[in-house]
Structures are given as structure tokens and as C-alpha cells.
Design a protein around this ligand. Structure first.
Ligand code: ADP
Length: 259
């Protein structure tokens, strides 16, 4: 319980912090990157050591920009466009991206055993969540193994998973055949900045961001993992039963989100 509280407090602190600085920081990084890009173009001698220095500075700045983007996802400034989404279709639409991200030695299996249920979410945000889970899986499998994504729907009793209320949920289960997690790691994975990855590789923000996403959607996240066997992360997103008629009609009827 205390761990949960610490996690929520930390998340709120991150949200406040980022609201203030991440935006400005991103603009400053754009200036840095722009300047480096210009310097690189003006450098005609391609064997100059200066080129290497410029490139490693750009790499660092790009990493900082990626981190800032992740931080921005915490702040409320990000504008969301909620729409009815069929999880199976969303995953199918990502198959090229997933194949490219995971590399040849990882097999991606996508199975939709849903009943055509829809959930309400921001498409871009949900795609980011899936991509984040896939990258974690890739790291855990050290580039080799099977990633399975099963989309479905289920009716849950009150508090069957975490704190979610009774109801119907669209589920997205992302499984890998990677290194798995110890119970100690499982306890902490949703905490912002918790990472077991080396500096520069992990930010420790992926899963806490996903936690914030499902919480905001009034869903839940399930975690199963066994060291040496693999991990399954399951997203439970509330079904939107009113959005089953015509997708186009529904999208037209969705009001603009309140900022
Ligand atoms: P990051 O990936 O930047 O470390 P995350 O919040 O996404 O941040 O993950 C936190 C930690 O949880 C990781 O450092 C890793 O130890 C563990 N983890 C996440 N996903 C998996 C997975 N699929 N298999 C094994 N461990 C995982």
C-alpha cells in the first residue's frame, strides 16, 4: 500500500514538474539540434574529428528530446482525441511498425479473439503504449524470441483486476519469451524512473506512463512474469458499448476533449 502511494505521489510530482519545464526544454533542444545540423552541413571535410563530436552531440540531444517527449506524455498539456477503437484492428495496423522495431529474430504473432468490442481511447496514445510494451519485450528477449499480442474482451467482477470496477473490458495482452522479472522488480516497475537498464538505455518511464494511461482511461493493467520464462502485460480498457454502431458516425459524434 505504501509502495502504491509513493508511486502515485511520484507520478503527480512528475506531472507537475513536466507541465512547467518539458515544453520549454523541448524548444531549447530544437535550437541545439538545429545548430548542430547546420554545423554538420557546413563541415565539408568528412574525415574531420569535429564531425564525430557533432554527431555524438546530436545523438545525445536526440535522446534528451525522446526523454522530454516521454515526460510530456505525463503532463496534461498533451491534447487527446478520443475515438472508438477496435483493438484488433489497431494492432493489425501496427504490424509493419512492430516487425521493423523488433527485428528479424523476433516473431510477432497477433491474434484477435475479441467480439468486435470497441474502447474509447486516443489512437496515437494507445499505439505508443503498444510500441513501448513491444520495445520492453524486445529488450527482455535480447532481440530473439516471440512477441504475442492477443486482443479480446472480458467481463470482470468488481476488483477482479486491481481496482477496476465491474464491467466489460477490451483486453490487449502483450507477451514475450524474455528474461522475465523477479518479484522485487515486479513490485516497482510502475514507479517513475525505476529501471534495471543501463544509463542512456532505459528511462524508467515507459511502464509508469502506461500505468497513467490506463488509470486515466479507468482501466487497469495486469502483470504476469516468471524469471527465465517471460512476461505478459495485459491492458484492460473499458468497453464502450454505445460505440458499436458505425465507427464513422461515432467519430463524428465525439466531442472535442476538454483541455
Ligand atoms: P525502461 O524500459 O526505460 O527501463 P519501463 O518503465 O518501461 O522503463 O520498465 C521498467 C523496468 O521494468 C525495466 O527496466 C525492466 O527491468 C522491467 N521490464 C519492463 N518490461 C519488461 C519485460 N517485458 N520483461 C522483463 N522486464 C521488463
Amino acid at each position: 500500500q505504501e509502495g502504491k502511494l509513493r508511486q502515485v505521489q511520484k507520478m503527480e510530482a512528475v506531472g507537475q514538474l513536466t507541465g512547467g519545464i518539458a515544453h520549454d526544454f523541448n524548444n531549447m533542444l530544437a535550437v541545439v539540434l538545429g545548430g548542430l545540423e547546420l554545423a554538420k552541413r557546413q563541415l565539408h571535410n568528412h574525415s574531420s574529428p569535429a564531425l564525430r563530436h557533432i554527431e555524438s552531440a546530436m545523438e545525445g540531444a536526440n535522446r534528451a528530446a525522446a526523454l522530454t517527449r516521454q515526460l510530456l506524455a505525463f503532463s496534461r498539456e498533451e491534447s487527446l482525441r478520443l475515438e472508438p477503437i477496435a483493438a484488433g484492428e489497431l494492432i493489425t495496423g501496427m504490424s509493419d511498425l512492430l516487425d521493423r522495431t523488433l527485428g528479424d529474430a523476433i516473431t510477432v504473432v497477433a491474434r484477435d479473439i475479441g467480439r468486435g468490442w470497441l474502447t474509447h481511447a486516443d489512437r496515437h496514445q494507445l499505439e505508443n503504449v503498444i510500441l513501448n510494451l513491444a520495445v520492453n519485450a524486445r529488450d527482455a528477449m535480447e532481440g530473439r524470441g516471440t512477441l504475442t499480442i492477443v486482443t479480446s474482451g472480458t467481463a470482470l467482477a468488481e476488483h477482479a483486476v486491481g481496482r477496476c470496477p465491474a464491467g466489460e473490458y477490451v483486453t490487449i495482452a502483450v507477451s514475450d519469451t524474455g528474461c522475465g522479472m523477479t518479484p522485487e522488480v515486479m513490485e516497482r516497475v510502475f514507479e517513475p524512473f525505476f529501471t534495471t537498464k543501463p544509463v542512456g538505455k532505459g528511462t524508467g518511464l515507459g511502464l509508469s506512463q502506461i500505468f497513467a494511461f490506463v488509470r486515466q482511461a479507468e482501466g487497469e493493467i495486469g502483470l504476469q512474469s516468471e524469471p527465465g520464462k517471460g512476461t505478459t502485460v495485459t491492458l484492460y480498457l473499458p468497453r464502450d458499448a454505445t460505440a458499436s454502431v458505425s465507427k464513422a458516425e461515432q467519430i463524428a459524434a465525439v466531442p472535442e476533449p476538454v483541455a
